[in-house]
Write a protein that binds this ligand. Structure first.
Ligand SMILES: *Cc1c(COP(=O)(O)O)cnc(C)c1O
Length: 427
């Protein structure tokens, strides 16, 4: 794979951007590599500045559920832009978007738009604290909720892969208000509630943790969270930034038949533009300014371009029955991967829900971060590099989830499986 131009750009970038990137995982540190720079992306393919064309399973880390630059989105954005790129005054798109979210997401009665997933979880935490008059928050090891101070306590993904469970710059006093527990361990959560139950404002959990591979809740875990938070009057926050509008119209809460108090959303909802949202019970949401005492605001929140892009993407997903299509493609990939692993006698785990998947380079049962960390990093690195050489771009870290888009086809899935067959031979 030619990399001259990317290498040049990365050298320049490192002089003026910390680490040469605007988000750490893009630096390819986990694969001992350097990033390639992208010129254009269309459908399931991206083309870098050196002219390499790659089948993409990162999908801009989740948002590109229809593939890159779908016409419905580019047209909607162009049309909206011609009418004005930002008003700072309410616009009709915001109402349409809120109605769609309330319609699709089972637990959401009212919703507020923000500009990123981080803002969504940050605001949901503040709202939960304001609503309950309590300070403590419970989160789970390996769950990533964006770079919110009080949630960067033993977080996954970027923080995890850089070998620093905590970030410098987070005051010890903030971290002290966060109780971090192993995922899938209801017993420990029960103990924590027995001890501090009346101080806990919220429990936040990734609906299906997807920033440390892809972990599934054990039977009864989510139900237990719901029951314990109800019993102690804590707010149950479901972080569906990754899974919302991705695994189903209504996210994991639809699949699991679960009603959280607040839900954080992002990624797919913005159609590739910077969008997040948080919503839930009206009784709680009404604590937000201007009706209530919890302050939250945003100059560009509900931006017309972003709303138009998100609405176009979500409506198109519904129109083409995108979720059913993604299940077909996901099942095809899963079958192929399982056959390959069996054929090669590799005892690796493969987790999938709809269009989200992760191949773990370990035979350990995947239940929490500890089990995820048993993955063979060297084997992953060689797999990643070999896949890239064959024109398939998987996330550059063993702790990331892969995404299939509606723009992928049987042809690309089969080509990917061929590349995997060759790449797994090398590990
Ligand atoms: C990506 C992600 C976030 C943060 O969203 P940003 O838009 O990157 O700030 C929060 N929670 C989950 C589950 C995510 O996957």
């Amino acid at each position: 794979m030619k990399t001259d131009k990317s290498k040049q750009l990365f050298q320049k970038a490192k002089h003026v951007i910390p680490g040469g990137v605007n988000s750490p995982v893009r630096a390819f540190r986990n694969v001992d590599g350097e990033p390639f720079f992208v010129n254009r992306a269309k459908g399931c393919r991206i083309e870098d500045v050196d002219g390499n064309e790659l089948i993409d399973y990162v999908g801009t880390w989740g948002p590109a559920i229809l593939g890159h630059a779908p016409e419905c989105v580019t047209e909607a954005v162009t049309k909206a832009a011609a009418a004005g790129v930002s008003f700072g005054i309410p616009n009709p798109y915001e109402v349409e978007m809120a109605e769609l979210i309330v319609d699709w997401v089972p637990s959401v009665e009212k919703v507020r738009m923000v500009n990123s997933g981080t803002e969504a979880t940050m605001s949901a935490i503040r709202l939960a604290r304001g609503f309950t008059g309590r300070d403590k928050v419970v989160k789970f090891v390996g769950c990533y909720h964006g770079h919110v101070d009080s949630l960067l306590v033993a977080a996954g993904s970027g923080a995890l892969t850089h070998g620093k469970p905590d970030s410098a710059g987070v005051p010890a006093g903030f971290a002290a208000e966060t109780i971090t527990l192993p995922y899938n361990n209801l017993e420990m959560l029960r103990e924590v509630f027995e001890k501090w139950g009346d101080e806990i404002a919220a429990v936040i959990v990734e609906s299906y943790p997807a920033n440390a591979g892809l972990i599934f809740p054990v039977e009864g875990f989510l139900r237990g969270l719901r029951e314990l938070t109800s019993e102690y009057g804590s707010v149950f926050i479901f972080d569906e930034v990754m899974t919302g509008f991705r695994v189903a119209k209504g996210g994991v809460q639809e699949l699991e038949g679960l009603i959280p108090d607040l839900t954080a959303m992002g990624k797919v909802i913005g159609g590739g533009l910077p969008v997040g949202a948080f919503g839930g019970k009206a009784e709680i949401m009404d604590y937000l300014a201007p009706d209530g005492p919890v302050y939250q605001a945003g100059t560009l929140s509900g931006n017309p371009l972003a709303m138009a892009a998100g609405l176009a993407q979500l409506r198109e997903m519904e129109r083409v029955d995108g979720y059913a299509r993604l299940e077909q493609l996901g099942a095809r990939l899963e079958q192929g991967v399982r056959a390959l692993l069996a054929e090669k006698g590799l005892d690796y785990r493969f987790n999938r829900v709809g269009s989200m998947f992760c191949l773990f380079f370990t035979g350990e049962e995947i239940v929490d971060l500890d089990s995820v960390m048993t993955a063979d990093k060297a084997a992953f690195r060689s797999f990643f590099t070999s896949m890239l050489e064959q024109g398939v771009y998987m996330a550059p870290s063993p702790y990331e989830t892969g995404f299939i888009s509606v723009a992928h086809g049987e042809l690309e899935i089969d080509r990917t499986l061929e590349a995997m067959a060759a790449s797994l031979a090398n590990v």
